[in-house]
Design a protein around this ligand. Structure first.
Ligand code: ATP
Ligand code: PAF
Ligand code: BAL
Length: 338
């Protein structure tokens, strides 16, 4: 019996382009930063339903990660990621044919030939800016983030030339930024958005969860709980910004003060970065939700490093020493017909 085919891992734009020219039928791209989990896999499954050939990109884009610390916190898991993709592909095979055709994992030199790796903020070379969208919500305290995301996605689209590209709703603002990029730069790719995959207790899957450890993991559901509380009063008929956000904030602050009152070796403290109600297209503040349109309810928290990790507990990657930024969102769907 012959050995199963291995997925090619392409490290240069030229090898990606050569390979792309051999792919039959419709081609999809699923961009990721690696450390693959079931959220990524659900996007790939969706791509397999809708297209013939799938390319996964794995690239921890330095220009969207604000600090050297964040850049260093992306462990290289390429081998494990490729193995996980091969297992998934065994399931996805149709008529004996692989659906996942290649992994595109370019080097920094390929993607940013002018970038000084010690100072990515200097921004040498060409960058996309998308204003004012990129400065709102996630962009407010990370001003270069979405310029980095849009820039790398444009490069990925140009290298892979996909018919469709897949993104997760968890990063809702990112999907709006990418749609705007595609529209304004006349990119010939359809943007498809997949639902957020969650743990049983509601926590959105995220590569960063691996850093939480068990104690912070339990408390991290607070963001989802805060969003759900507000979504419920919207479903019950509330449309005012003040009331909806106050409901979220009360839930988050209740958990926050509970943690503050506990001992250092028992608690998991966090900061509330924002809880927001925004227009689904512009990301501008919404004062009253139009029940025919709906709105975006989103938030971010930052889990503080563990103060005192006990030897017995699972304290996550890097022993609980990192600040972990977590984001989540709920789309408040229209409650009335158009
Ligand atoms: N839980 C999820 N469900 C569905 N899609 C997801 C989920 N988490 C991430 N994605 C999507 O997968 C793609 C790649 O995301 P990325 O590699 O940054 O993973 P991540 O888990 O969001 O990582 P990080 O924790 O660093 O933000 C993005 O389009 C993202 O929205
Ligand atoms: C889309 C993306 C792969 C661009 O680097 C990244 O922002 C992500 O993983 O969501
Ligand atoms: N998953 C969103 C991109 C980021 O974490 O930088």
């Amino acid at each position: 019996m012959s050995a199963p085919p291995t997925t090619p891992v392409l490290r240069t734009v030229s090898s990606m382009r050569r390979f792309r020219s051999t792919l039959p039928g419709s081609v999809s791209l699923v961009p990721t930063m690696g450390m693959l989990h079931s959220g990524h896999m659900s996007l790939i499954r969706l791509a397999a339903e809708q297209t013939d050939s799938i390319v996964i990109s794995i690239y921890a884009n330095p220009t969207q990660l604000a600090t050297a610390e964040e850049r260093a916190s992306y462990p290289a898991t390429l081998e494990a990621d490729v193995a996980a993709l091969e297992r998934l592909d065994d399931e996805l095979r149709r008529d004996g044919a692989a659906r996942i055709k290649a992994v595109f994992a370019p080097t920094d030199e390929e993607m940013y030939p002018y970038l000084d790796s010690t100072d990515v903020a200097s921004g040498l070379g060409a960058f996309v800016t998308i204003s004012p969208l990129a400065g709102r919500l996630e962009g407010a305290d990370q001003p270069a983030h979405f310029n980095g995301v849009a820039t790398v996605c444009l490069k990925l689209f140009n290298a892979v030339k996909p018919h469709k590209a897949y993104f997760g709703e968890k990063d809702f603002q990112q999907t709006v930024v990418i749609r705007r990029l595609v529209q304004d730069f006349l990119v010939d790719t359809d943007v498809v958005v997949g639902e957020t995959v969650r743990e049983d207790d509601g926590l959105a899957l995220s590569s960063r969860n691996a850093y939480l450890g068990s104690r912070r993991r339990k408390v991290a559901t607070v963001l989802w709980r805060a969003l759900c509380a507000a979504a419920k009063i919207y479903q019950d008929g509330e449309t005012r910004r003040g009331e909806i956000l106050a409901c979220s904030l009360t839930e988050a602050k209740r958990e926050q003060s509970l943690q503050e009152q506990m001992n250092g070796c028992d608690r998991a403290r966090f900061e509330i970065l924002y809880l927001e109600l925004s227009d689904l297209d512009s990301m501008e503040d919404v004062e009253r939700v139009n029940p025919r349109k709906g709105a975006l309810l989103s938030g971010a928290i930052r889990m503080l490093p563990l103060e005192a990790a006990t030897g017995a507990e699972n304290s996550g990657l890097r022993n609980g020493a990192d600040w972990i930024r977590l984001i989540d969102s709920i789309v408040l769907r229209p409650t009335r017909g158009l």
